[in-house]
Design a protein. Structure first.
Length: 201
């Protein structure tokens, strides 16, 4: 997916159907890695949609298809950045961190790793979104189901946030005037200082 901070108007451009089809059909390891990459991409777009509308500068910070060696190019830093900017909730933050841990566990195992591994079971049981949204137990019969449901919920909510946050996009501030910059003995500006001076005559 090409990374750009152009205005998003249609979430279908993320090709949800293709993602979920691949997601459901893949092996556990591939499904986890694909889901991590998709959520990472959505987080990148969410943060970029909140930042100033300058692709080059934002790209130097968030990374792009051609440059992934930037301060905010990793899944982990994007999770923290989105949370610190107030773009995601505490529960979303915690679940994204858990998904990142699960992704890392699978990524470092060459084969034979599954959702039934003890540490993966513990991580899946810590996911909060299915509990908060009261997802029926009948549709989360396995730990993989719980993982899939959480990823699906997060992807949907991040997509909606991307459309919504564009209305709050940051803008570049105008240069301050000299009178706004000067601080003398705790006074807020030259204008304020002048206003408090006694009149002559």
């Amino acid at each position: 997916m090409k990374m750009s901070i152009r205005k998003r108007t249609d979430l279908n451009e993320y090709k949800w159907d293709t993602f979920f089809d691949e997601f459901r059909q893949e092996t556990p390891r591939a499904a986890v890695i694909i889901s991590g990459a998709f959520l990472d991409s959505l987080l990148r777009d969410l943060i970029a949609s909140f930042m100033i509308d300058e692709d080059n500068v934002v790209g130097e910070l968030l990374g792009s298809d051609k440059n992934s060696e930037t301060p905010l190019s990793s899944f982990g830093t994007r999770i923290k950045t989105a949370y610190c900017l107030g773009l995601i909730s505490k529960a979303e933050y915690n679940d994204l961190k858990i998904i990142k841990k699960i992704r890392n566990k699978f990524a470092h195992k060459l084969h034979g790793y599954s959702f039934e591994e003890k540490e993966i079971v513990g991580l899946c049981n810590s996911l909060q979104k299915p509990v908060i949204l009261k997802v029926l137990p009948v549709i989360q019969k396995s730990h993989r189901d719980k993982f899939v449901i959480t990823v699906s919920i997060l992807a949907n909510q991040l997509g909606i946030k991307i459309l919504d946050v564009q209305r709050e996009r940051r803008t570049v501030k105008d240069d301050m005037q000299l009178a706004q910059v000067i601080r003398v003995e705790g006074k807020s500006s030259v204008d304020e200082i002048g206003a408090k001076q006694p009149h002559e005559g």
